[in-house]
Design a binder for this molecule. Structure first.
Ligand SMILES: *[C@@H]1O[C@H](CO)[C@@H](O)[C@H](O)[C@H]1NC(C)=O
Ligand SMILES: *[C@@H]1O[C@H](CO)[C@@H](O)[C@H](O)[C@H]1NC(C)=O
Ligand SMILES: *[C@@H]1O[C@H](CO)[C@@H](O)[C@H](O)[C@H]1NC(C)=O
Length: 260
């Protein structure tokens, strides 16, 4: 086909003209064509990241999961919640939330785990723990703690490991309070400016009591490194889930394993 012919046939104006000439019912032809041109459903929001601090590495992730994925995970987890435990497997007033482990055989759960793996690029690690959801209702909180442990944990295969990194993503954010507070991270000098410039306004703020606080925002969350280069826990990753005022907050933990 000659390029000029291709061009003419490719032009929607020409097709419309031919269509109008050939069709016995121009009105219906136009209606059908316009239906074909109707925009498809809105695309899923796009994951993007912003650095909050480099030492320790702490990143903000916009749209780590889509609204439909969040809804799916909340439905999957709803019947599974029980009172959260602390590291030694006991109930404690320092962690009053409810939590559950999501089944690994769910397609959305696997997709999100693949996304977390992809996110980490070339970071050497030894897989992920099962995804955990945590739900906070009014007054519920988790006190300051580390995700890493002084004594290594054992995985299902009996291998000793520590938590190299953490993803914490908000699934449900209809609440007051409930911020994730990192009191010991050093906030960048021009934090205020960079926050207003970078789409983080209302999501991350310098905390009057020290460090920074991240507000629940469904689909978004934070990623940080728990261990230093030498494998020891980084004390600066100390963080808390501040008490929820009104409403409900649900978050998702994805912990990254490193065998020790
Ligand atoms: C679990 O840890 C808490 C807090 O450190 C402690 O008070 C409690 O005695 C521990 N329980 C067991 C069974 O180790
Ligand atoms: C996933 O595993 C659970 C038990 O762990 C089981 O009840 C469920 O049927 C499984 N679902 C699929 C889709 O295989
Ligand atoms: C970390 O933050 C906690 C809570 O604000 C504070 O008590 C502690 O002194 C801080 N540690 C360091 C090393 O800044």
């Amino acid at each position: 086909m000659l390029p000029s012919t291709k061009f003419i046939l490719g032009s929607s104006l020409s097709i419309l003209t031919i269509g109008l000439l050939l069709s016995t019912s121009p009105q219906s032809w136009i209606t059908t064509s316009l239906q074909n041109l109707r925009p498809s459903p809105p695309p899923e929001p796009i994951l993007s990241t912003q650095i909050l601090t480099t030492d320790p590495l702490l990143l903000y992730m916009h749209n780590f999961i889509s609204p439909s994925e969040a809804t799916h995970l909340l439905t999957l987890g709803a019947p599974l919640f029980t009172r959260s435990l602390i590291k030694n497997g006991t109930v404690s007033p320092s962690r009053t939330s409810d939590s559950c482990v999501l089944p690994g055989n769910d397609t959305v759960v696997s997709r999100i785990k693949r996304r977390a793996e992809h996110f980490m690029g070339s970071l050497a690690h030894d897989g992920l723990e099962a995804i955990q959801l945590v739900r906070y209702t009014p007054g519920q909180k988790v006190n300051l703690h580390y995700d890493w442990a002084r004594e290594p944990k054992q995985d299902r295969r009996g291998r000793a490991y520590n938590r190299l990194a953490s993803f914490f993503v908000y699934l449900q954010d209809e609440c007051t309070g409930g911020e994730t507070w990192f009191p010991n991270v050093t906030v960048a000098k021009k934090f205020g400016e960079s926050v207003s410039a970078g789409g983080l306004q209302g999501k991350v703020r310098e905390d009057g009591a020290g460090g920074m606080s991240v507000s629940p925002s469904a689909g978004s969350g934070v990623f940080w490194m728990n261990l230093r280069e030498d494998g020891r826990g980084d004390a600066r990753t100390l963080h808390a889930g501040l008490p929820v005022g009104e409403g409900v907050k649900v978050g998702m933990n994805i912990w990254v394993k490193k065998l020790v």
